[in-house]
Write a protein that binds this ligand. Structure first.
Ligand SMILES: N[C@@H](CCC(=O)N[C@@H](CS)C(=O)NCC(=O)O)C(=O)O
Length: 237
């Protein structure tokens, strides 16, 4: 029984904007499992805060129900939660579901989203972190942000990459079938990231992904507003 808290180290920019898709995936996975958790805001350069995990990236969780056990990496965390809390709602619905969820996490990449929101996400960083994020993005794309980030101009390409999900969600309510699974959570986490930092509308209202996203926000109690995080709630309509 999980009566104690799980602490989640999550990447924060200015003013409580949580903008890491991997941290969102963990936050939503813990929510899915119905386990109480506490966010520990983490900022670029604060590697010493998570030194206990022998690596320097977030998310990291510390599970007080298990004597303070820590786990890092969003996928490892999802597997840990599933194994440790088998009586709570399932994230994978069995071993074949787990493999398919892994396939989905390997199929969605951050690049097309960054081509839309990288400039916006730099704007909401504290000044001391802005250069850091810019440098990371530019190293990934090999050119200045202004060249790879097209803002609204990137939305079409971002949407095209999601066509298999769109087609699937025309037939099923969720990637998990009649209820959400970790694959849904992972996909939603990219939209949560976008909400947190950018006013760009990524989906048209008649897109099957739009209604799926609404169903997801309903299923998870609209995690964007539920945690007092700053963002652009108007894009949640
Ligand atoms: N594969 C990892 C990726 C984790 C990751 O890249 N985290 C980024 C935030 S989105 C981070 O901690 N960056 C800090 C740094 O590079 O110093 C996961 O799924 O958890």
């Amino acid at each position: 029984m999980a009566s104690k808290l799980i602490s989640v180290y999550e990447l924060e920019s200015d003013e409580s904007r949580f903008f890491s898709p991997y941290c969102w995936a963990t936050r939503l996975a813990v929510t899915h499992k119905g386990i109480k958790y506490k966010t520990i805001p983490w900022h670029f350069g604060e590697q010493d805060k998570i030194k206990f995990s022998n690596q320097g990236l977030v998310p990291v969780i510390v599970d007080e129900n298990q004597g303070g056990k820590w786990v890092n990496d969003s996928w490892e965390i999802a597997k840990y939660l599933e194994k440790t809390y088998p009586d709570q709602p399932s994230l994978f619905d069995g071993p074949s579901g787990e493999a398919l969820c892994r396939f989905v996490t390997k199929s969605v990449s951050l690049g097309p989203l960054m081509e839309c929101i990288a400039l916006d996400s730099q704007k909401v960083q504290l000044p001391e972190h802005r250069a850091w994020l810019k440098e990371k993005g530019e190293a990934l794309f090999g050119c200045p942000t202004e060249q790879f980030c097209k803002g609204e101009g990137g939305v079409k390409a971002f949407g095209e990459k999601l066509q298999p999900f769109r087609d699937t969600l025309q037939e099923y309510q969720f990637l998990g079938g009649s209820s959400p699974c970790y694959a849904d959570i992972y996909l939603l986490s990219f939209f949560m990231t976008a909400y947190a930092v950018s006013p760009i509308k990524l989906l048209a209202k008649d897109d099957p992904l739009y209604s799926w996203r609404q169903r997801m926000l309903k299923a998870y109690g609209n995690p964007h507003t539920a945690h007092g995080q700053k963002g652009f709630p108007e894009s949640l309509e």
